[in-house]
Design a binder for this molecule. Sequence first.
Ligand code: FAD
Ligand code: NAD
Length: 471
Amino acid sequence: DEKQPLPDPTKKTLVILGAGWGATSILRTIDSSLYNVVVVSPRNYFLFTSLLPSTATGSVHSRSIVQPIRYLLRHKSHFVKFYEAECTDVDKDGKTVEIRRQTSDGQELVEKINYDYLVCSVGAETQTFGIPGIEEHGCFLKEMWDSQKIRTRIMKCLEQAQFKDLDPETRRRYVHFVVVGGGPTGMEFAGEMADFIKDDLKSWFPELANDFSVTLIEALPSVLPMFSSKLREYTKSLFARTNINIRTNTALKEVTADSIIVEVKDPEGNKVEESIPFGLLVWAGGNRPRPLINKIIHSLEEQTNRRGLIVDDYMQVKGMQDVFALGDCTSTAYAPTAQVASQQGAFLGQLFNKLGSLDFEKPRVDRYIAVGEELDSAALISLANEKHASTKVFRPFKYSHQGSLAYIGHEKAIADLNVPFLDKQIHASGYLAFFFWRSAYLSELYSLRNRTNVMLDWIRTSLFGRDISSI
Ligand code: FAD
Ligand code: NAD
């Protein structure tokens, strides 16, 4: 097929695992004429996670915040291939990855792909701390299918709660929405849920109007540790006014089909167990490494941190050659955020552009290597930096923190923003921060299609409310 470029045998093969914030940022930056690029991910779309909590209640449609990965690859004239599969192993000596895919007739096929350079950008999965019952009875909020499960569960609870002959306690349980985890994911979902109740559910289900409740449970003494204390206090007071019950110093211990067991620490430090009934439980307790990352960590002596891959200043995985990692699957000084992953992705894209276009004086390179021997990325980087000592071709990754932003419900947001030229941080909250939150996310969305859809969703929600059909 003339339209399908073939891999160029004279070029190195760059395999990128993942289609999230880190991977897509590399793809946007990289000069694909320098490599044969292969992208492997079990989902064939990019997910704009920042608006995922809004999709769980239907403020924004699911399809508005996803973008097919092929959208990014479509204009690349050179060999760039996407495979929908999961990487399950890396053979660092043979320089291959093992990938598994499900065929349309349900078979599982295992194949191998060769790489010259490999990038792990597989993100993380939801941490459960082994809490019994959490996977069976709780909902996570990490992927689009989690959001869809939450929505289905909300609708189920609503329909069940208004059935005839229910005792008041059971009715209240059905419409008690419990969120565990006071990080931004949990707080944003609690805010969205309170909006849904206030704007739509109270009028569609007037018989339940006095029964709805939202509880946010956090093990630590405070929620949203990454925000300034002023904004944490603002959020707490807004939640109190909007009837979201925040319970700090309260740790989830066990989950059953209709209630959670928590351990509550009183001001004297005594711990008491308590059972809390729920209709919907959303667990937002943080991240843990995916099985592939655990496998790599356990196979390498150099990988001593169980939270993620240790990488050097150029994002090279310690203990491996020509393997890079970024984003939530790494363990670095930075928080696992989209902001970090996308900056690291842009850094790596530029690093690969430089690696692919290095023109050394041949004799100088030959002094270092035997005939036929290939230099790995680490050797190329140090050689280039040594050769051009004054300019330093490759500079270490430096993160530039722009600030933190979160929606907390009631058309209010909080923002801690870094203003480099003033060398200070601005703390904003309320409506102004909400408009800033909306415009920042609109501009960050991937395409004009995404932006238009999200904008229309916001208009639709304010004009007609959220849909309450159980689909
Ligand atoms: P991801 O974006 O998670 O991408 C991982 C990719 O790897 C996916 O495509 C996945 O399908 C693929 N993959 C998984 N396993 C394999 C495998 N075995 N082989 C190949 N591919 C694989 N951060 C912010 O900075 N601002 C926000 O507003 C914000 N909001 C958030 C809201 C929610 C609800 C959540 C859950 C997170 C939010 N974050 C936010 C955090 C942010 O989403 C992550 O830090 C970011 O997604 C990390 O990017 P990543 O590329 O490392 O991983
Ligand atoms: P998180 O790790 O930030 O928060 C998890 C919370 O759950 C913690 O406060 C923890 O103390 C609590 N927790 C853990 N075990 C518990 C238990 N047994 N009982 C009660 N509470 C328990 O997780 P997250 O909110 O999913 O965020 C993950 C990453 O994504 C973070 O880096 C965050 O900054 C980023 N993120 C950012 C935004 C944003 O910027 N708007 C939104 C969502 C996520």
